[in-house]
Design a protein around this ligand. Structure first.
Ligand code: SF4
Length: 383
């Protein structure tokens, strides 16, 4: 039995796909091309018995690509005269899989929609599960098939409790859940034994990591503590992490970065918008002043720290004046890099009812302004 997996979105999804690949192997499936994001052509893909789409619901464009690829698979199967009962089965998982409108668009073309946590049960429903699903109750405990042989992504938590008004993640992945410290240590020890040189710890908000280690005196392990333990226990590995919410970024974390040589002096701290009004509408509970103060405090500890960010351009309530507040932050902080995302409304989120009143041309113009500022900053810092 052959399968293909197509992965969309963030590193968390790519990491989840590495775990799905193990699950497939244990159930007698072989990958058609050994990749957790197959780039095979549609004519090749339809030779598989099962095609898995691990979707991302953060942007509409990503979902449109899934619609397009599934339509192409159906058309190619028809052109190749493959009878309906012999066509590859299609499973859709990931962040879009739970949404009723997404399912409705694909209902005649997809065999099963499932959350990543319920993936083994999905295989059982399609009569494809050969092992006991009990083993997979906590999917993060599945040993992944890493894509690379020297760097790895290791999830430490999943889910989110923040409910930013534009974001699907809390609905798609559920509430925050932190992995046991022991499991994380075991996975990283295994990587160290295989000579891995770099590990990126993943979570929707790594700073929310919290796990109680039970013993004669129960101990609460926070993210800075976990990072410190890992950095000291595995000095040969460089540790990176993604992503940090500004409201939860503590100076303890900054001290851990400063005090461990194997944690690079870099921090990804998504601001999303510079205007206090827009931040409030986004349900991001901090202000521009708070963010700038935080950056100042961080740079006092580590002057050369490389700070990167994410911005959403053209949130429905963002006026030109609001946007200029983001420009102001860019001028002050001089980010080393920024991921600029043009807003698209996502069904099911709190902001969806606000529509999408900022024209695409305005979003493009604002994006260009921030890109130019970034280029100027980088040009100045390289002189
Ligand atoms: S912190 Fe906000 S943007 Fe990030 S995953 Fe949670 S809800 Fe989404």
């Amino acid at each position: 039995m052959k399968y293909v997996i197509k992965t969309f979105g963030c590193q968390m999804n790519f990491s989840d796909s590495e775990r799905i690949m193990t699950l497939m192997k244990e159930n007698g499936f072989n990958p058609l091309d050994n990749s957790n994001d197959s780039k095979l052509k549609t004519e090749e893909i339809i030779k598989a018995d099962l095609i898995i789409f691990n979707t991302c619901g953060v942007r509409a464009s990503s979902e449109h690509r899934v619609f397009g690829q599934i339509n192409n698979i159906i058309k190619a199967s028809e052109s190749a005269n493959i009878p309906k009962n012999k066509r590859p089965k299609i499973i859709v998982t990931g962040c879009s899989a739970h949404r009723a409108d997404f399912q409705k668009t694909l209902q005649d073309k997809v065999d099963l929609f499932t959350s990543i946590k319920d993936f083994p049960q999905a295989l059982r429903k399609l009569n494809l599960l050969q092992t006991e699903e009990q083993e997979y109750r906590d999917y993060l405990s599945i040993q992944p098939q890493y894509k690379y042989s020297d760097t790895a992504f290791v999830p430490i938590m999943t889910g989110c409790n923040n409910f930013c008004s534009y974001c699907v993640v809390p609905y798609a992945r559920g509430r925050e859940w932190s992995r046991p410290v022991e499991d994380i240590l075991k996975e990283i020890k295994n990587l160290a034994d295989k000579n891995y040189k770099e590990v990126t710890l993943l979570g929707q908000n790594v700073n929310s990591y919290q796990f109680t280690v039970h013993g004669s005196q129960p101990k609460e392990i926070t993210f800075p503590m976990l990072l410190d333990i890992l950095a000291k226990q595995f000095p040969e590995i460089t540790f990176k992490f993604l992503t940090s919410h500004p409201k939860d970024c503590s100076m303890n974390l900054i001290k851990v970065i400063k005090n461990n040589k194997n944690i690079p002096n870099e921090l990804h701290l998504p601001i999303q918008a510079g205007s206090d009004k827009v931040l409030k509408d986004m349900n991001r509970p901090y202000t521009q002043e708070y963010y700038l103060n935080l950056i100042n405090k961080i740079r006092k500890e580590i002057p050369k720290i490389k700070i990167t960010t994410d911005v959403i351009i053209g949130f429905p309530t963002e006026t030109d004046e609001d946007f200029q507040e983001t420009v102001k932050v860019f001028r002050q902080v001089k980010f080393a890099e920024a991921f600029l995302n043009k807003y698209s409304p996502r069904p099911g989120t709190a902001a969806y009812h606000l529509g999408d009143p900022v024209p695409w041309s305005v979003k493009k113009k604002r994006e260009k302004e921030l890109s130019q500022l970034l280029q100027q900053n980088n040009h100045q810092s390289s002189r």
